[in-house]
Write a protein that binds this ligand. Structure first.
Ligand code: MF3
Ligand code: CO
Ligand code: CO
Length: 256
């Protein structure tokens, strides 16, 4: 019996609820909905399914999830902003069940979006999955960063440096930091029982970000579009387990 078996069972429950929340939102995110409407739907779904939204009251944050539109890199705050045809938006959900956190985000396209935006979204998803697929005991964190960075830079995109993935279990954010850039063979070794997020933020333009006056919203300094996907994974004896996989097969746009 693995020593981390119980931890993984709890991570599975929390991760599955976060993923089902995004699945539910997929059917509601369309032109005319506000990001506050999305926040309310997410809050209620998590509550009604036996969980709690981790962002709510986290370090003074006042909403239940993050909605990052267009040139927003991460931590966009839900508001009365209405989603319009052509917008791209990342929705980032973190659910707590039994003290454990499931943290996941996906991109959503509102109506018809530009070819450039679609290519950015595809590259970001592919980069996250490439990094997940090499994850197993004894590889190093730099190997994960390298997978992401090499994939997106080949397409002319850039990797955000100012935010990273993180360990996650009974704490929302715990060591180690998971950088989305790096050199093969560097950094700490992965080992069975580790649980962390991989959540690359990828920009069409330069990687620099700027924090808005609200203290949360991070945007690209050059106002170029930014995309992000996030999964919570665990390392087992043989490789990895994704705790936040969509139940409905909603992996990347187009979903429906
Ligand atoms: N879910 C984000 C992450 O991936 C963190 C959001 S913190 C909040 O780590 F307070 F902005 F919600
Ligand atoms: Co995260
Ligand atoms: Co997140």
């Amino acid at each position: 019996m693995n020593s981390y078996k119980e931890k993984f069972e709890k991570m599975r429950s929390a991760g599955n609820l976060a993923a089902r929340t995004l699945d539910m939102l997929t059917e509601n995110v369309k032109p005319g909905i506000s990001t506050d409407d999305i926040d309310k739907l997410g809050y209620e779904f998590i509550r009604d399914n036996g969980g709690f939204s981790a962002p709510l009251f986290y370090r003074g944050y006042k909403k239940s999830l993050c909605t990052s539109l267009n040139h927003v890199v991460c931590h966009g705050i839900p508001s009365d902003r209405i989603l319009n045809e052509g917008d791209i938006v990342n929705i980032d959900v973190t659910a707590i069940i039994d003290d454990h956190h499931g943290d996941t985000s996906r991109m959503f396209c509102i109506g018809k979006t530009s070819v450039k935006a679609n290519n950015l979204i595809d590259a970001t998803y592919e980069a996250m999955m490439k990094a997940i697929k090499i994850s197993k005991p004894n590889i190093k964190l730099g190997d994960i960063g390298y997978e992401i960075q090499s994939h997106v830079e080949e397409k002319g995109f850039s990797v955000v440096r100012d935010f990273c993935g993180h360990g996650v279990s009974t704490k929302f954010h715990e060591p180690p930091n998971i950088l989305h850039y790096g050199k093969k063979g560097t950094g700490i070794k992965l080992s069975p029982g580790m649980t962390f997020t991989i959540e690359p933020m990828i920009n069409i333009g330069k990687y620099e970000t700027k924090l808005l006056a609200d203290g949360w919203t991070a945007v690209t300094k050059d106002k170029s579009l930014s995309a992000q996907f996030e999964h919570t994974i665990g390392i087992n004896e043989n490789g990895y387990e994704i705790f936040t996989e969509s139940v409905k097969g909603y992996h990347k746009p187009p979903y429906l």
